[in-house]
Design a protein. Structure first.
Length: 398
């Protein structure tokens, strides 16, 4: 392969572009993870993650693992073989979490969805009401479904659970929403929140997280699924002093400390607003091209990514291939039943207005090159919106 000059555009919805500051922070000699210096690092990243989860009453565990490991950890720490779990079919990632749960020996009921909407609070309420024997032990929802660009309304799901008085645990996957889309572990009453390093947290892949409520910690005392590597008890006991029971991903923790600093310098609210602004600009571009956004409900549009439907007869993967070859930009592929039908534009993580404009310009040119009939007005529409946001921030956000 010949060299492409300039920086590759990594516009998949994770892994995301790793900022130079984080790369520099990782590029330091690995320290003794039992030595005196390490405790400060461990304590600072655990405290920082609690702030990002908005979980002053919760406990955070950090694994040297991809997000899938933290999915497994959430289940094995709180449940027992044969337990009934209700999961919402929001898309490909919800389907993978369901498959993982079944492989662990859980009984999973998958509430059907059309992959264009988030979890349905009414359907969850109805299912819990019907469970008079209280057999359901957990309700699991993917907050931002990365395969579709649809955000489930977590506070409404919580309200639906509360309306029934059902004691089931509430587990939420925030792997592609944490530090990109507003999320509040304590206030929204999540029992286990799952997260990963390589999306909104702007790190390379390799770290994942559980944030557990006191109710989840209590459930872990009687949960009987086998666990050792994922067990919370030793992680939490060690974490109190800033250490880990086994070798942590030390250099990624250097990167996490820097990423947390960057998020706090910008301010989480500003980070969320930036993601919303880029998402809205992207949707305006898509509509101006004459294409369709996969998400149907405006309350559920994702700040992290936008999935775009290509017209019938136009393979979305061919568009992606054309864009990669012509402009050295990676876009997300259609996953599961969306294969060939959508491409996904990631606009999360370390990102700004001009990087978005470069991304949308690449998509607009690539669509034309691939022979997809579009109006060449998307870039203009996005640019006009971004300019409007700068001129009158409050009006543009309204
Ligand atoms: C990326 C992602 C996962 C999978 O995480 P891995 O790091 O690939 O194991 C799970 N859920 C969601 C919502 C994701 O975006």
């Amino acid at each position: 392969m010949s060299r492409s000059a300039g920086r590759h555009f990594l516009q998949i919805p994770g892994p995301t572009n790793v900022p130079d500051r984080v790369l520099r922070a990782i590029d330091f000699p690995t320290m003794d993870h039992r030595g005196p210096e390490f405790a400060e690092l461990g304590k600072s990243v655990l405290a920082g993650m609690k702030r990002v989860f908005k979980a002053p009453k919760g406990e955070v565990v950090i694994y040297p693992a991809s997000g899938t490991g933290a999915w497994e950890a959430a289940l094995v720490n709180t449940l027992s073989a044969g337990d009934l779990v209700v999961m919402a079919e929001t898309g490909h990632f919800a389907t993978l979490w369901k498959k993982l749960a079944r492989r662990l020996g859980l009984e999973v009921e998958f509430l059907p969805g059309d992959w264009r909407h988030g979890a349905d609070p009414d359907a969850i309420e109805k299912r819990l009401r019907a469970d008079s024997e209280k057999r359901i032990k957990a309700v699991c929802v993917v907050h931002n479904e990365t395969s579709t660009g649809v955000v489930s309304r977590i506070p409404e799901v919580r309200k639906a659970i509360d309306a029934t008085g059902h004691p089931a645990l509430f587990m939420v996957d925030t792997i592609s929403s944490l530090a990109s889309i507003d999320y509040r572990h304590d206030e929204w009453g999540a029992d286990v929140t799952v997260a990963g390093s390589q999306k909104g947290l702007m790190l390379p892949p390799g770290l994942s997280f559980n944030c557990a409520s006191q109710k989840a910690l209590a459930a872990s005392k009687s949960a009987r699924l086998p666990r050792s590597y994922w067990a919370w008890d030793e992680m939490l006991a060690n974490g109190k002093t800033g250490y880990f029971p086994y070798t942590p991903a030390t250099n990624l923790l250097y990167g996490l400390r820097e990423a947390l600093k960057m998020l706090e310098e910008e301010g989480l609210d500003a980070v969320f607003a930036r993601h919303q602004r880029h998402a809205e600009a992207t949707r305006r571009a898509v509509r101006a091209w004459g294409l369709e956004v996969l998400a149907l409900d405006a309350r559920e549009f994702s700040g992290s990514l936008t999935a775009v439907l290509t017209p019938a007869g136009h393979d979305a993967d061919r568009v992606r291939k054309t864009i990669l070859e012509a402009f050295d930009m990676s876009l997300g592929t259609g996953l599961g039943k969306l294969a060939g039908k959508v491409f996904r534009i990631g606009h999360l993580g370390d990102f700004n207005d001009l990087a978005l404009m470069g991304t949308l310009a690449g998509v607009e040119m690539g669509l034309a090159l691939a022979g997809v009939p579009v109006k060449k007005e998307g870039v203009q529409a996005a640019m006009a919106y971004l300019a409007e946001c700068r001129a009158a921030p409050a009006r543009a956000a309204a």
